[in-house]
Design a protein around this ligand. Structure first.
Ligand SMILES: *Cc1c(COP(=O)(O)O)cnc(C)c1O
Length: 337
């Protein structure tokens, strides 16, 4: 049986054309800064997003960690959403490895951190009771939701007024840009650093990039080596990412369209409450007592979702086509009607 895998947009496999793009590319030792394909990719995305420099790394978690460690020192803190990936889903890396204290801020349902709460959470300077507030970290998209442009401008203004830098966990930056109909740079311009994932909707097998000033990226490069992330001939991976940036950005609109079609069809079913679509994601909540039976039914139909839980996240991506959406709708329909 073939599966329709809606668990995450990380499950995509590189296409034949993407794999072909990785053959016969010039490579070198990236710890020495000598991989031409990595360097070209870093320059390309830095230019596109309006930064001085970029650093190609293995994962989004590593990219965010390096950003936190480059912006903050031991005894500093970053302000971050209480449901943010950088706070909740990265193993506490900033505290574990950076001696950096997180200051979580309860998020509004649209993913924003209310700016009055942010302002209140910034610690007074010079008082030894407090960690030193250094950074505000946002996430866009968050749970598929696109943060409003005017919110980003206000958050930047507040952060800078309070003497903080501002970082974006833009794992799905390109989903946000495509949904807003703006170049990714229009979102990135509000931040001192941005982390972008290539292994989500863009369909590359591995890789993320941290973008920022020359000085910030130099610090991040040092920390990348320290945490064991210095890699050597990474140029073949960079070539796949380059291919993804050429061919898989505009098509994110197809994932968003399919998410809408899926949400519209599921909304018509009794017994299911639907949240979304939010870019490439739809959240469905059945009655709690029906979850085990629904999980078994979907599994039998070849529809992969994470079992258990109450609200289920369905994620559209490169490896789910229109037929996959129709199969998913049919599987839900045969359970709920
Ligand atoms: C996936 C993700 C990350 C981390 O990326 P990995 O490559 O899985 O480490 C960070 N932030 C957000 C919002 C993500 O969705």
């Amino acid at each position: 049986m073939t599966f329709v895998d809606l668990r995450s947009d990380t499950i995509t496999r590189p296409t034949a054309a993407m794999r072909a793009a990785a053959t016969d590319v010039p490579v070198g030792d990236d710890v020495f800064g000598e991989d031409p394909s990595v360097n070209a990719l870093q320059e390309r995305l830095a230019d596109e997003l309006g930064f001085a420099a970029g650093l190609f790394v293995a994962s989004g978690t590593q990219s965010n960690l390096l950003a936190l460690m480059a912006h903050c020192e031991r005894g500093d803190e970053y302000l971050v959403g209480s449901e943010a990936h950088t706070y909740k889903y990265e193993g506490g890396g900033a505290a574990v490895l950076g001696s950096i204290q997180p200051q979580p801020i309860p998020q509004a349902p649209d993913g924003t951190l209310p700016l009055d709460l942010v302002a209140k959470a910034v610690k007074p300077l010079g008082d030894p009771h407090f960690a030193r507030s250094k950074l505000l970290a946002l996430e866009n998209t968050w749970g598929g939701r696109v943060l409003p442009q005017d919110y980003l401008a206000k958050a930047r203004e507040l952060a800078h007024r309070k003497g903080l830098a501002i970082h974006l966990d833009g794992a799905r930056l390109f989903n946000a840009a495509v949904a807003d109909g703006v170049p990714a740079r229009a979102i990135a311009q509000h931040f001192d650093s941005v982390s972008v994932c290539f292994s989500k909707g863009l369909g590359a097998p591995i890789g993320s990039m941290l973008l920022g000033s020359e000085e910030l990226i130099a610090k991040a490069r040092r920390w990348r080596k320290v945490v064991g992330g210095g890699w050597r001939q990474a140029g073949s991976l960079a070539a796949m990412v380059n291919y993804a940036l050429d061919h898989h950005v505009a098509r994110l609109a197809e994932d968003h369209r399919r998410a809408r079609e899926l949400a519209d069809a599921l909304r018509a079913l009794p017994g299911l409450s639907i949240d979304g679509p939010h870019t490439n994601m739809v959240f469905v909540t059945p009655a709690a007592e029906r979850v085990p039976a629904l999980d078994a039914h979907l599994a039998a139909q070849g529809i992969r979702v994470f079992p258990g839980g109450t609200s289920k996240r369905l994620v559209l991506h490169l490896d789910v086509d229109d037929a996959g959406v129709q199969r998913t709708i049919a599987a839900f329909r045969s359970f709920f009607v």
